[in-house]
Write a protein that binds this ligand. Structure first.
Ligand SMILES: [Fe+2]
Length: 190
């Protein structure tokens, strides 16, 4: 956490905490419906990948993101397993060339940009509180307002529904991520 704060801007730290929460929520959901193959990484690895996936998105490494994760960690004497590294690389498949295959890789790939849309929905609420955000408002913004939070890669988020990825309908996926982020809202000042 210290290394993350030292490496990237505060808004990226908050996004990272949000994605960590989403990874945990998706893991729990898949486990609860028996859709987690025994070959999947443990939950701690899912959380870690979410938390540090953008750690090289700052300073000298920014232009080379996500290719400098290991170097950014090494500056703080930290290391990760190759498996966690592959999950991190999969979040930016078009840059890293690592296309998602495992559930953890699909989860980080589909949820990464969704966190930004959920935060943007909270910001337009009068209270600016994540706790007040309804699944239906996120869904409406996601499905019917393509210009809202235009940086959201809606096509990638929607791939959560594919049977060879997570096989979670987009409505359910948004609900899981929203609820997961609401639980950590105080940690990101919302
Ligand atoms: Fe990210």
């Amino acid at each position: 956490m210290k290394a993350l704060r030292a490496s990237v801007e505060p808004n990226i730290v908050n996004h990272s905490i949000a994605l960590e929460a989403c990874m945990g929520g998706i893991y729990d959901y898949l486990k609860s419906i028996n859709q987690l193959p025994s070959t999947e990484l443990p939950k701690d690895d899912w959380l870690l990948a979410g938390l540090i996936h953008d750690i090289d998105f700052g300073g000298e490494f920014k232009e080379l993101h996500p290719g400098k994760t290991l170097e950014a960690l090494a500056k703080h004497n930290l290391q990760i397993s190759n498996e966690v590294h592959q999950v991190i690389l999969a979040h930016a498949a078009s840059h890293s060339g690592v296309t998602p295959k495992t559930k953890a890789q699909w989860s980080i790939f589909c949820a990464d940009s969704l966190t930004g849309l959920i935060l943007a929905v909270a910001f337009v609420y009068p209270s600016r509180k994540l706790a007040d955000v309804k699944v239906s408002s996120v869904l409406k913004r996601f499905l019917k307002e393509p210009k809202f939070a235009a940086g959201t890669r809606r096509d990638e988020v929607a791939m959560c529904a594919n049977s060879d990825s997570l096989n979670i309908p987009v409505e359910k996926f948004i609900e899981i991520c929203l609820i997961s982020m609401q639980k950590i809202a105080p940690d990101i000042g919302l």
